[in-house]
Design a protein around this ligand. Structure first.
Ligand code: FES
Length: 400
């Protein structure tokens, strides 16, 4: 992949940005700071994610948008069944959000990540500064449509569409990209802006180091004599097997991250990749996180670290499902000694350096879009995917 060209030396420079500058970049930076002061960003970094309800009264709309998104899932008579399922699930999902403080912290984390990212980008990429981040959520405010309108209003020269899912799935990243295509099908496209996209970054070395550091922090919490026995369970959101068999790249990309993290840790502990958050009656990719904990306890394992390997910030799946349902309730039920959870990357300095390096490398690259993104899953039957990819190839001046 394109980001494999990242050199270790570059990474060290990003850790110490002061070393990176020469006279020319300082001059550019001064120029960019004056533009920033005038309030006109040059480069928009659109941070795309699914989002989460900020308050309990947003839960119903949020669920309805998910259940009626035909890129996310395909249901029979979806226009009727989707809202029906959303309505039935609203109260129980509201209860979960209530138990984690009344709403999702995903917006708070994304804003902080965006702020820190743009501060660093202004330093390491003065020629594209000032940078401004924009949050584009798929199912809750700030929604993709309104964010795109804001970007146009701000009069930027360039937009980088930056998926906040490190591993690409057609149900999540793909849906967010298709939403941009859908938006411009109904209005004029601003062809004066330069467009490019970052669709996946599952093997970025600084992402890997972030997860490794989060795991090491948790390992240290176990007594020395137990530390080597701790089972590291990498937990990612599952997918219906139907999607996996269509050729969705997500499972293999999650696996790639896991292998690199364990390599970084020198394969210090036993580990397994497990899958969480299954809903509905369809067959989903397993083994499931809760079943795996149960089974390992039966095998005599008593200590675990759960690692949310496909989430870059805390939200309901980490704060409720992993922390409350598994670490706390399930741990007690099955008689585990200790189940801890590694924090999501959030504002870890290595993670902010990862985001910076990914975007800075992309801004310098000639490649505006990854050819993998422009190629559909081998068994994709979604017309929207076909049309969206043709359109993205056009706006990024590539060949689909
Ligand atoms: Fe993967 Fe359409 S489902 S490209």
């Amino acid at each position: 992949m394109w980001y494999k060209t990242v050199k270790a030396a570059r990474i060290r420079l990003f850790d110490f940005p002061g070393i990176f500058f020469n006279g020319y970049s300082k001059m550019l930076m001064k120029k960019s700071l004056s533009s920033a002061a005038s309030g006109s960003p040059k480069t928009a970094i659109m941070m795309m994610n699914m989002g989460g309800p900020q308050s309990l009264d947003q839960v119903s709309t949020y669920l309805t948008r998910i259940m009626t998104d035909t890129d996310m899932m395909q249901l029979p008579v979806q226009g009727v069944l989707g809202p029906y399922i959303a309505k039935r699930r609203t109260a129980s999902v509201q209860k979960k959000y209530d138990e984690i403080g009344g709403g999702s912290p995903i917006l708070k984390w994304t804003k902080l990540q965006g702020e820190l990212l743009c501060q660093k980008l202004d330093q390491v990429s003065p020629e594209t500064a000032p940078h401004k981040y924009y949050v584009a959520f798929r199912y809750v405010d700030p929604l993709t449509n309104s964010t795109l309108e804001q970007i146009e209003k701000d009069g930027v020269e360039r937009v980088v569409l930056f998926s906040q899912y490190p591993q690409y799935s057609c149900a999540t990243s793909g849906s967010s990209f298709n939403a941009i295509y859908n938006h411009y099908m109904n209005r004029n496209f601003p062809s004066n802006i330069k467009w490019s996209l970052i669709d996946r970054w599952s093997t970025h070395p600084l992402l890997v180091r972030t997860f490794a550091d989060r795991i090491q922090t948790e390992l240290k919490q176990f007594p020395k004599e137990k530390r080597n026995e701790v089972v590291i369970l990498f937990s990612a959101h599952s997918l219906p097997l139907k999607a996996v068999n269509r050729g969705d790249p997500y499972p293999s990309e999650v696996g790639a991250t896991v292998q690199l993290v364990m390599n970084e840790l020198g394969y210090c502990n036993p580990y397994s990749l497990v899958w969480q958050s299954k809903v509905g009656p369809l067959e989903w990719l397993g083994p499931f996180t809760d079943d795996a904990i149960r089974a390992y306890v039966k095998q005599g394992k008593k200590n675990f670290i759960l690692v949310p390997i496909a989430f870059v910030n805390e939200h309901i799946e980490t704060l409720h499902e992993l922390d409350i349902e598994y670490c706390q309730d399930l741990g007690k039920e099955v008689g585990a000694e200790c189940i801890r959870r590694a924090a999501a990357p959030n504002d870890h300095p290595l993670f902010i350096s990862a985001l910076t390096d990914i975007v800075a490398t992309h801004l310098k690259s000639e490649q505006k879009v990854n050819p993998k993104f422009l190629t559909r899953c081998p068994h994709c039957t979604n017309k929207n995917c076909y049309e969206a990819k043709q359109w993205f190839a056009k706006i990024c001046q590539a060949t689909a």
